[in-house]
Each structure stands twice: as C-alpha cells, then as structure tokens.
Design a binder for this molecule. Sequence first.
Ligand code: ATP
Length: 193
Amino acid sequence: MLGGTFDPVHIGHLAAARAAIECARLDRVIFMPSGQPPHRPTAAASPEHRLEMTRLAISADARFAVSDLELRRPGVSFTSDTLRDLRALDRSAELFLILGWDAARLFSTWHQPDTVRRLATIVVVARPGSASPRQADLATAGLGGDRVILCLNPTPDVSASGIREDIKNGRSIAGKVPQAVERFIATHHLYAE
Ligand code: ATP
C-alpha cells in the first residue's frame, strides 16, 4: 500500500511504487488516497478529484490498483485502521507499507506505530531533496530491526506542493504528472486561484 494525499498524484509517487516493487519484490501496489490525514491540513482538491486523478495515473501499469477505503471511512484516516481493513479483505496477503523518507522519519509520532509494524513490512523509499536515510536513521525514527526494507532507488524530485505552486503561478506541469492527470487538472481548473 502507498498512502498519500495525492493532491495531485505525480510521477514521484509512481516512481516510489515501482522502486518498492523492485526492492521488496512486491506483486502489486495499492494506491490509497487519504481521507482526513492526521498530520496535515485538508487537501486542496476534493476526495473525488484526488481519487479520479489517482485512477488515471495508475491505469497504464497492471501492477497498480487504487482503493477508496480511506475515503469511505469516516473520521481521521489512521494507517493502522487501513491495514486492518486490508488484512480483513484478504487474510492470505502479505502486506507492505511504502513510505517516502519524509513521511517515514515521523513514524514514531504516528497513531499505533506498533500495530502498523505488526501488520506490515515497511518499505522506506529515499526522497530527493532530503538526505538518503541510513540504517541508524531508521532506528531513530522508530523503524529499526527487521521487517523494514530500505530502498535507495532514485525517484524524481517532484512534490505535490511544488506542482500546486507551479499551477498557481501559471507554470507548466508537463512531465511532472501523467498526461491524463495534466488534462484532468486543466479541465477541472484545479489548484488555480
Ligand atoms: P506535498 O508536497 O503536498 O507534501 P507529496 O508530494 O509529498 O505532497 P504525498 O501524497 O504527501 O505527496 O506523498 C505520499 C507518499 O509518497 C509519501 O510517503 C511520500 O513520502 C511519497 N513521495 C511523494 N513524492 C515522492 C518522490 N518524489 N519520491 C519518493 N517518494 C515520494
């Protein structure tokens, strides 16, 4: 599972998913747009738009799927609840949680981090712009020990906040999001002031 606000989904997310597939030999990645994340302000785009953009972005890769589980669950979206729901949907699946290092470094502040670690192997993907994590950094973040995979495959230096800023300032976002997402953003006038 790769959770995120996906506000909007971009090529960094797709690259992180592919990196995790390679590093952890995953069968597939479920993109999980967050309902109401505990750590951040509400998204700029609506849940429906974020879900649809994610659908468009993943459609070219058969190993990718999207779930609206968190969007349908009322209240704050805790990853521990989502992993429990995924486990209930498929008791035989081995679960992995993919986290960019910027998200992973806050892991010890999460709701029920021990439950998260019990339910899933964590795959930490390096994020350009912040220094690559080392094993000691993982331990400091509460991600020491086994069942944590460090994936240092490079991903593009793209962020959703940067893309929103580009749009607000009239700059092109070509190449930073899949073309279908770029068209969707333009058609629905998303992120423009
Ligand atoms: P924002 O800029 O608004 O903070 P974001 O680009 O970080 O957004 P999120 O939806 O918050 O996007 O990210 C979801 C997950 O994807 C997080 O675990 C994050 O670390 C990871 N991620 C996002 N962009 C990249 C990237 N370029 N490379 C690797 N991982 C990434």
